[in-house]
Design a protein around this ligand. Structure first.
Ligand code: B12
Ligand code: SF4
Ligand code: SF4
Length: 312
């Protein structure tokens, strides 16, 4: 059995996906830890309600013989879209981790190893960062994002419950990277002071990502602080631990000016030309479009570029 676990970890690693397999009993540990965090009042339950409603620690119906948790990190590049709008060039950033269509690659790889042996996986809705750190896969950065030695933080986490037995369990106390001891670069770089020097958990309602993933952005958020089509890259980009692990994929002129006009007008998706819908889907932007975040966030970045050009 240990051989099957090792083969799975090796196959994942060969594809560039570091992973850990730990006992499914830790679902209970995580449940308790999250409950006591919110009971203590350190983190405000109302701000996390969406994830708290979604998290699940009992998989008896989907995986009755659940024995292990498989935690996988999938490194992703920064996407730089080069666009021309009203004759001016713009560079629009999409941070790593937003391409969840790539999850299929990891799921297919795990199934390829486990299915022939009669085992299955079920996607786990859990606090994955905390799980990854306890499993020893990653360590916290002061910016509250998790880091893997030799990979930095530019990866997407995926967690699965499985009936494959756990032969080498590991569960360790959460820790911060040693590199953070004498560094405050992320705190200084945060445009909205979301990283709190006094306590570890960030002030999530100060985080740009919290707002530009939401329907409304409050007035106190400086329009000039937006730096990505979705989310924010500042506290990771400035981190010395990411310096050697940054990969950038450049996409030239993904959309014509005519297509950008349709996008910025928030045209109903079924009225968009088929080719444009396909481009949105291919680049995993259709979900942002459907949630009506694409036009608003893109406009914020284009307007910011324009203001900067005028002030030069
Ligand atoms: C909710 C959420 C958000 C919220 C809240 C973020 C937050 N820090 O909680 C918002 C919208 C703000 C957000 C933003 C981002 N997110 Co987010 N987010 C999530 C989500 C859905 C849950 C995160 C979570 O567990 N929060 C709950 C809090 C309580 O967890 P925690 O911070 O880990 O809390 C523990 C620690 O603080 C620890 N602790 C407490 N005190 C101390 C003291 C010390 C010394 C130590 C060491 C530890 C410690 O104990 C706490 C638990 O008890 C996960 C996906 C998932 N299902 O897990 C993605 C996830 C965490 N996000 C991710 C990313 C990439 C981001 C962004 C970088 C996105 C972007 N580019 O814009 C930003 C980064 C913001 C930041 N600095 O944290 C990735 C992280 C990947 C990685 N490398 O770690 C995840 C895992 C998504 C994914 N599938 O990959 N996110
Ligand atoms: S910028 Fe410095 S303090 Fe922040 S996570 Fe990176 S190493 Fe740690
Ligand atoms: S993602 Fe941006 S806003 Fe959020 S903590 Fe990091 S730097 Fe601050």
């Amino acid at each position: 059995m240990a051989a099957l676990q090792e083969k799975l970890l090796k196959d994942l690693e060969q594809e560039g996906y570091p992973a850990r397999i730990i006992s499914a009993t830790h679902l209970k540990d995580i449940e308790q830890e999250i409950a006591s965090l919110f009971d203590s009042g350190i983190a405000q339950r109302s701000l996390y309600q969406e994830v708290l409603d979604h998290w699940k620690y009992d998989y008896a119906s989907e995986c009755p013989e659940a024995k292990s948790l498989i935690i996988v990190a999938m490194p992703q590049p920064i996407i730089k879209m080069r666009l021309s709008w009203q004759g001016q060039p713009h560079e629009i950033i999409i941070p790593p981790t937003y391409n969840f269509k790539m999850d299929r690659l990891v799921i297919d790889l795990i199934n390829k190893v486990l299915e022939p042996e009669g085992y299955r996986i079920v996607r786990a809705a859990v606090p994955q960062k905390l799980m990854a750190v306890h499993s020893g896969l990653s360590e916290y950065g002061r910016n509250n994002v998790s880091y893997i030695p030799g990979f930095g933080s530019y990866y997407r986490l995926l967690t699965f419950v499985s009936d494959i037995p756990c032969t080498h369990d590991n569960w360790q106390a959460v820790k911060t990277m040693q590199a953070c001891d004498n560094c405050h670069a992320c705190i200084k770089s945060c445009p909205t002071q979301a990283i709190n020097p006094e306590r570890f958990i960030i002030n999530i309602d100060r985080c740009l990502t919290f707002w530009n993933e939401s329907d409304t952005i409050p007035d106190w958020v400086d329009r000039g602080s937006h730096n990505a089509l979705i989310g924010c890259l500042r506290c990771q980009k400035v981190c010395p631990q990411n310096a050697r692990h940054e990969q950038v994929v450049i996409m030239n002129q993904l959309f014509s000016e005519e297509e950008l006009t349709l996008i910025l007008d928030d045209t109903e998706i079924d009225k968009l030309p088929e080719q444009l819908v396909n481009t949105l889907k291919e680049h995993n932007l259709d979900y942002l479009y459907r949630e009506r975040l694409l036009a608003r966030n893109l406009r914020l970045l284009l307007d910011k570029d324009e203001r900067m050009a005028c002030s030069r």
